[in-house]
Design a protein around this ligand. Structure first.
Ligand code: 5AD
Ligand code: SF4
Length: 461
């Protein structure tokens, strides 16, 4: 398999004698972005990547705390990593085990208590000091837990990316959340909302293009609350930022995620009509179709508010691919509430969705609410919701058959000669073509549709 020359991949091979690291990423796209920045910092410090923890001098788990299952996976991985560390120690090799990400932030010292093999716990606000912290652990053998919110701009301390792992790159523009939905740990693990200044983002976007990116997905836990500082201290909205980034040569596609309905301003909706590079897809979590539950979740919108935003979005950008997140089995959810969610889904018609059973998170208000829904009922409601969402996804994909899609090819597929890309509507698509097309946008005739992906034939240039 050859890699496209214009994309300098992050997992480049390394000299046999250099220090090696193994990094595993859990959870959301923001963790993927953070992992890429950490990998770049490690490469600068002379580390090279390995995909086997047994060979690694440094092991990093970049973790997710959003649901209990995600957090527990970390502890089972840590048990296996402790055994590897012991085995390597018997061979005279040292291994530094690091837990980063949202479990690190939320659980701090509890992690080293539950798994003493962990050397370093580092929260997302301290990644710019990762090298110093690893150095201190290596020198002193001390265990370090670093989970302060220091108030410094960690992004300013991290250098601009020089490599991308895909022509579709992530760019974190905003971090943290002030919404305090009653089920969610994010305001506690990522802190209050912070928007990066426009000039920094323009600089980083240029660096990503230089490294081979043609598509940018702007990331934030509450991305459409973005209000970064522009020239002379003026506050700039997400729509205006997108306009500025669209002016950068080489940026052919822009997406953004994740948005909150409360911040879905008219200028952002209109941007979907007016900015050619802004792709016709929108991820707008609703969580529930029941007003009673939306209030208990502290979502700051009703089902009718959500539907009216969707109407406006659909008229600004007909055919837009809509997606959402849903939680079933929130405390107190009745059959009527669950039915209201199904009714909302039927009314909107989603192209793709993510649905989860409610998972009580320590320290969040909803974990203390009475009337927790029994597990069996959560399962039943999740299956009913997912059946409807899957049917809608298949309907959306089938409607593409016979149409011509513009596709950005991102990587090679599993079968020989196969490329994998995304349509402008974010559908996964497979087509036969040369590896040199990775990083290019082509017109593709869509011939087949399944629930999760499309197949197509690349049109002659
Ligand atoms: N339980 C289940 N799902 C949750 N989410 C956030 N917190 C919880 C929780 N405690 C879901 C929401 C959110 C997505 C990222 O994860 O749907 O939009
Ligand atoms: Fe969590 Fe999103 Fe609600 Fe913020 S808006 S608290 S990130 S679910």
């Amino acid at each position: 398999m050859t890699k496209p020359e214009h994309i300098a991949l992050l997992d480049s091979a390394s000299p046999a004698d250099s220090k090696t690291y193994y990094l595993k990423t859990f959870g959301c796209q923001m963790n993927v972005y953070d992992s890429e920045r950490m990998m770049e910092a490690l490469a600068r410090d002379g580390y090279s990547a390995t995909d086997a923890p047994d060979n690694a001098d440094l092991i990093i788990l970049n973790t997710c705390h959003i649901r209990e299952k995600a957090a527990e996976k970390v502890y089972s991985d840590l048990g296996r990593l402790r055994d590897i560390k012991n085995l390597r120690a018997a061979q005279g090799k040292n291994t530094v085990i690091t837990v980063a990400g949202c479990v690190a932030q939320a659980e701090g010292r509890e992690i080293t208590r539950r798994q003493p093999a962990v050397d370093l716990v580092v929260g997302p606000q301290s990644y710019h000091r990762l090298d110093q912290l690893i150095g201190r652990v290596a020198k002193t053998g001390d265990r370090i837990v670093e989970t302060e919110f220091e108030g410094e701009n960690k992004f300013a301390e991290m250098t601009a990316p020089r490599r991308v792992s895909s022509p579709s790159a992530f760019l974190t523009i905003q971090e943290g959340c002030d919404k305090f939905c009653t089920f969610c740990v994010v305001p506690y693990t990522r802190g209050v909302e912070f928007s990066r200044p426009v000039a920094d983002l323009e600089q980083e976007a240029r660096a990503l293009v230089e490294a081979g990116a043609v598509e940018l997905t702007l990331l934030g836990q509450n991305v459409n609350a973005y209000h970064g500082e522009g020239a002379s201290g003026r506050s700039v909205s997400l729509a205006e930022l997108i306009r500025r980034l669209a002016d950068i040569d080489g940026i052919q596609r822009i997406r953004y995620t994740t948005s909150h309905p409360h911040d879905m301003s008219d200028d952002l909706i209109v941007a979907h009509r007016d900015i050619a590079q802004l792709m016709p897809s929108l991820h707008l979590p609703v969580q529930s179709g029941s007003d009673r539950l939306l209030a208990a979740m502290n979502r700051k919108h009703t089902a009718a508010d959500y539907l009216s935003i969707i109407d406006k979005v659909k008229s600004a950008c007909p055919g837009i691919a809509l997606s959402s997140d849903f939680i079933v089995g929130f405390p107190g959810e009745t059959d009527t509430d669950a039915e209201a969610t199904l009714a909302l889904v039927r009314e909107v018609g989603f192209a793709q969705s993510f649905s989860f059973k409610y998972s009580p998170r320590p320290g969040t208000p909803a974990s203390g609410f009475g009337e927790q829904v029994p597990e069996a009922l959560k399962t039943e409601r999740l299956l009913a919701l997912q059946a409807l969402l899957e049917e809608q996804q298949l309907t959306f994909n089938r409607a593409s058959i016979g149409q011509v899609a513009t596709v950005l090819f991102e990587r090679l597929g599993r079968e020989g000669g196969q490329l994998v890309g995304r349509t402008s509507h974010l559908q996964l698509i497979h087509a036969t073509g040369p590896a040199s097309m990775i990083g290019q946008i082509a017109r593709v005739d869509i011939t087949q549709a399944r629930q999760m992906s499309l197949t197509g034939v690349i049109q002659a240039a």
